[in-house]
Design a protein around this ligand. Sequence first.
Ligand SMILES: Nc1nc2c(ncn2[C@@H]2O[C@H](COP(=O)(O)OP(=O)(O)OP(=O)(O)O)[C@@H](O)[C@H]2O)c(=O)[nH]1
Ligand SMILES: [Mg+2]
Length: 448
Amino acid sequence: MNTDTIVAVATPAGKGGVAVVRLSGSEALAVAMGHLTASRLQPRKATFCRFTDTAGQLVDEVLATWFPAPHSYTGEEMVEISCHGSPYVQQEVVAELIASGARLAEPGEFTLRAFANGKLDLSQAEAVADLIDSATPAQHRLAVSQLRGGYANELKRLRQQLLDLTSLLELELDFSQEDVEFADRCTMLDTVAQLQSRVQSLLGSFSTGNALKQGVPVAILGRANAGKSTLLNALLGDDRAIVSPIAGTTRDTIEETMTIDGITFRFIDTAGLSQSDDELEALGFARSIKAAQQATILLFVRSVTIPFNAYATDDIAYFTDQCDMSSKHLFIVHNKCDLPHESNPPGHIVSAKEGLGIDSLKASMVAAMRKDASANDGVLLTNLRHRSALQRVQEALLHVAEGLGQQMPTDLVAVDLRDAIYHLGTITGDVTNDELLGNIFSRFCVGK
Ligand SMILES: Nc1nc2c(ncn2[C@@H]2O[C@H](COP(=O)(O)OP(=O)(O)OP(=O)(O)O)[C@@H](O)[C@H]2O)c(=O)[nH]1
Ligand SMILES: [Mg+2]
């Protein structure tokens, strides 16, 4: 691990009122003091002074703050210099500090050092990147929960339980000559089953977590002319898609995002089901199926002018049969309610054209996602890397359970258990390697 002194602008590139230049490393204070007119800096107190170049010329008037190790973001000696946000001044300040012995930081290097010094675990460091990227309240809540919340605690608890189990098994191995069993195999199997079910619910929360992070995919499905494109436009409050009385107007999927009550939705208008054997339509329809399979919410749109039992249920089954519905919501939308119609079965009654029932449909989608998000005590898996690691943990736990169930020798069971701990450790960074760290921290910007 490098401990040389690094420097970078922490604020966004470009012109601004103020810019913050950060220094971290054992020489941070010395390097900074070579350019500051203050006689000394007090710990964690901003000092107003001048920043001069090596020739003693004034570069800017600044505020400098010293964060003595280990009470800083990185855990190292740090100095933050707030200067005026002119690109020229920022560049000069950084160049001068480099001339005095600092090195330009790599992307994410400050956070990497925070991780290396035990200030954050790896999943928390990743949450910092998500927090910086978050643009909606839902994304922000997920990042904050991963940074300081239930998710990190849940991982810690899982790890502790796995470690407890391992130490029991290892104790047995130590006394293997004496043929004693410290732990009753049934109790151990019970514990493993509990662990499996916790990992399973974390894995199960991924589709919700990922949807909230990336935008909840909503597929607008149904027959040609049902009013799907009109509904898309009504939801967006915008004339996004072409609408016409000709069946088969929409040939390709059209996607548009919108944030409602803090949750981002990705609405996907699709080509409608039709009887024709037009080749282009068939291609478009294959995409509709794919949109349905990838969606979290399916809006099945029908026109109330065609009796429900005439076809609609078969159409719905046509989509749902091709999807794993266990983590999806199906909303039936009875459209064109401004026209004369028979009474409708349960569902949402709307007129996309007149804008009737649209707000209540939106509110139901928001409510469905809020409910999903609060399941599993609000602990949601959002990170693809964590998901594959947890899948490995789950495989290893399955082997542990089999081993215990089949009275396998203790040392073999212990191997699988260590495997589970290993994979869990890759999430938190208890186990790590340079390639993994490189992948994660290269996502950051310079200065974080
Ligand atoms: N009266 C009434 N007409 C509607 C309503 N919604 C859609 N329409 C009309 O129904 C026709 C078809 O609407 P679209 O939105 O193009 O239907 P679609 O489901 O996207 O059709 P395809 O793209 O061909 O699959 C158009 O003439 C719309 O004006 C509604 O709520 N009330
Ligand atoms: Mg359409």
